[in-house]
Every structure is written in C-alpha cells, then in structure tokens.
Design a protein around this ligand. Sequence first.
Ligand code: GLA
Length: 583
Amino acid sequence: MDGFRVGADGFELDGRPVRLLSGALHYFRVHEEQWRHRLAMLRALGLNCVETYVPWNLHEPGPGDYRDVEALGRFLDAVREAGLWAIVRPGPYICAEWENGGLPHWLTGVVGARARTRDEEYLGHVGRWFRRLLREVVPRQHGGPGGGPVIMVQVENEYGSYGSDRVYLAHLADLLRAAGVRVPLFTSDGPEDHMLSGGSLPGVLATVNFGSGARAAFAKLREHRPSGPLMCMEFWCGWFDHWGAEHVVRDAGDAAAALAEILECGASVNLYMAHGGTNFAGWAGANRGGGALHDGALEPDVTSYDYDAPIDEHGRPTAKFEAFRDVLARYAPGPLPEPPAPLPVLGAPVSAALADWAPLDAVLDRLGTPEAEHAVPPTFEELDVDRGLVRYALTVPGPRGPCPLSVRGLRDRAVVYVDGERAGVLTEDEPVLGVPVAGHARVELWVESLGRVNYGPRLGEPKGIEGGVLHERQYLHGVRARGLRLDAFDVAPAVREIPGGGQGRGRPGLYRGALSVRGAGDAALELPGFTRGFVWVNGFNLGRYWSVGPQRSLYVPGPVLREGENEVWVLELEEGGERVALR
Ligand code: GLA
C-alpha cells in the first residue's frame, strides 16, 4: 500500500517496513542559503529524515500579520531535493529554547494561563494560524498528489509535562485532520506515567523523549502502548547553554552508545539536535531554575544553539559526527554519502573601530513606540514589545529625604538613571537600588527582556514591570513609557539617520562602524569590552552578546558578509567597547 503508515510493529513506507533515522534541524535557526549544505550533512551522517518545529511567534508577530510562512514550504522543498523525509512539529507550543515556546507575546499577554487549554479565545487564534501554516504542509505530504517529503506531524509538544486538558489535545488533532493532514499524527512526551498519560491521545502514535536509558524508556512506553512502532522523538545528544553558567558538553562516545542502545531496541530515532544552529535576532528563550516546579530564577538561553550537536553551529562535523556515523552506518541500506564540500570561511581576520555613536535616547526617539503616560507601568505586552526594551520614566516627588527605590515584579533587568546619572542595575532577585534617592528626582528605568520562558508553569509570563516602582513603600504613579522593539532595526535607512554623537567612550547607545572583508565566508564576531546588547551586520541581527559568557563570540553566516565594506551596528545597553573583530 502506498504511503507512510504506523504498523503494528513498526513504520511502513509504501508497504515495506522502514526505520526512521531522523535529525532535528530548525530552518529558522539556519541561514536559508545554508539549508542545502546542512541537509547534505544530515545525509552524510546517515540520516534519512529531518525534523523541524514551526515557531508561531516568528511568523505572526502581530495578529493576522503573517511573515514569510512560505519559508517552511521552501525548506520542505529543499528537504525533498536532498532526498530526505520530513517530520513537522507545528506546535502551536514548541518549547525548543525559543522565546515564549513559540507562542506570540500578543496572545499570551491576553490569554495568560488559558494558553495551551481548550479556552475559546486561545483556540480561535490557533485555528486561524494552523489553517495558514498547514497550507505549506498539506500539499507536501508523502503519498499526496504533490509527492512531498512530509511523513508525520506532531500534536502539541510534550503536553504531558504541562497540562491535563485532553479536550485541548483532541481538538488540535481534529484541527490538523480538518485542515487536510493525512499522514500519521503523533505526540511526544517524557517516559513517565503522568507525562505519557497527560500528553498522549487514543488512536494517535505516542513517542518518548530522553537522553539515555533507551531500554527503560521504551519499557515504560510499552506499558502505555503494548504495540506499534517505538520511537525516541528527541534523543538529547547534547544540550543548550544559559548565560552566566558553564558551557555544557556531552561526551561523543557516551552519546554514541546511547544512540546504539536506541537502535538495538529496534526503534526509530530523531537526534535532538542533529544541527542546532543559532538563535538569531534575540529569539532565544529562557528557563526557570529551582527544581521540579521550574519556578526559580530566570535562566536565559545563549544565542548559540550549537547544542554540542554532531554538526556544529558553523556546519562542521565534530567527533560526535564521526561516532554517530559509525553507529548509523550499520543501519543504512548501502554506503553512506560523503559530507558535502565545506562552505567558504572568512579569508583573513579583520577588526574595526566603531567610531560613530548615538545615545540610547536618540535611538528611542527615532525607532521607539510612541510615548504615553500611564497611571502604572505598562508591561511589554501592553506596549506590544516582544523582544527588546522599554524606557520607563517617572518622578520622585519632593522635597523629601533619601529613601530606597525598588521595583516589584521586574522582568528582567533595569539600568537605572537618577537625574540623568547612572545609579545602578536592578534585577528580579535584587530589586532595590543600592543608593537611596531623595525627591524631587527624575528616574529612568531602561528595562530589558532577556528572553521569554519557554518551559514550565511560568510559560507566557509578561515582561517589563508587573507590580510597580516604589519609593519607600509608596507606589510612584504617573509613568511615561516607550518601547524599542528589536524589529524596529529592520528599517536600515532610519537607523542611518539617527544623529551620531561622536565616540561613545564606553557609554550605552548605538555604535556604528564598517568592517572591510577580503574573502567573505563563515566567521565569528567578537566584541571585546562591550557588555550586553545586540549586533547587526549588514542589517542581519546576529543576536544577543553578553560578557558574562559562556558564549564569547557570535556566529556570522558567510552569506551575511560581502567583499569590501560591511556595516556593523552594536546596540549596547550597559558599557560599550571600542572595536569589533571578525575571525
Ligand atoms: C524538550 C522539548 C524540546 C527542547 C528539549 C530540550 O524535550 O520538547 O523542545 O526544549 O526539551 O532541549
């Protein structure tokens, strides 16, 4: 029988048993001109399938404002040309160390904890989004008239780790079917009873996610599903990093042994990640630490999503690539293809002074949202700011003596100015300014989001100031607020017109300069002396940098660079440096 099917003991493709050797590669974390190279690397690794999520918030930044949803279709076409099958995981929630787990800020700002439930308002938006996004998927299904690569589609994502609304899950499955998805649906969850029972659906394939212990994990799955294919939908062969924490690595031999165990069980696998890529443009998410509740301190994810994957962030094979290839080759129908020729790398290192500088106020004047006065500080959501920052300006009335100034419900970080002088940095954990403030005083708080939570019960929490600004115990009312969205920088000409104030000399603001490149190709950008902010090269946002590490440089995809002059902008939020270097 034609098509891809879930059989009693395994998967079947066009009537023959098949084992899925899949690898995750998120099209939105790889520069489009590099997709083909990366897909060829997956083939050379010994994979026959690629898996991708779809980030709703990237494609619908405002209600009904769809942006390049076609990218998913173009990616699936590239997958087909590469001779791979495709697994699509459309969410609507995707986790994935991605801002807000992929949910739009304009939606979670309104529905709050009703997200990921049967709530009508939430589901109304999901339905509309799915009908748009599935137009890219439905014509590209295997077995359909178009003969496309898509063989399976996931329902939600690890729903059993979050909620127990089976009505919601079943509704999503119905939605997928009604929109024309004919290939098998599946769910994926941790190998634990409450996760599997909370996240799976009768009649829909259940898969499990883990990093080791395949035999035990599949035994648990079998308690819930006595027959059907076994699949590890996320084999965590590496892991991600948080700002200010240790870089995480997983030994290649240990990971290869865990992979071998999965395959010895007769199971299919999806390497999470085969190639991680990069959280360009500030799309990295965040966790909450603090044990099982995931309710503790914010742990923002770094820009690199290298993931210690077999194919590194620059698209190069690692020791893990070789170790996995040896394992996967045992299950291949014939000899594995050789890796493709490496893509060009930068001809020679180059550095440049960022001689031009404009103060943050000037940037906000040109690119910010309109300023308005509010009784209490509005959240980022109320100002329609997803990634970026907000300047809150208010007055401490006077005359009055010095008292502590503090912020309730601060997320995530505020650089505070009193009468134009920098007075300190506040965070959620240290919300009281070190120096008391006397009235009358003008106070400015430049509040920055470090990335929205993508996992656990605090998914969807607002950014900005949720409580208020206090002087002693008195709320300070009457707050002028103005937001700066990162996508405001997409309008390059407006950025060029921002009046430059000469050299920044360490101050926050927008720094500008040019790098003169000979031999454009893959590179890494370093920003010695800069503290924290975002950097653009030729208008392409490379993502957040932060001197706390562990990430020390930002990946620059070769196609972003050109021969000769390359324009660099650095939006520094604390203390600037002087030069940037490409190597
Ligand atoms: C879970 C999620 C993924 C990802 C991994 C950790 O399994 O389903 O989206 O967040 O954890 O990398």
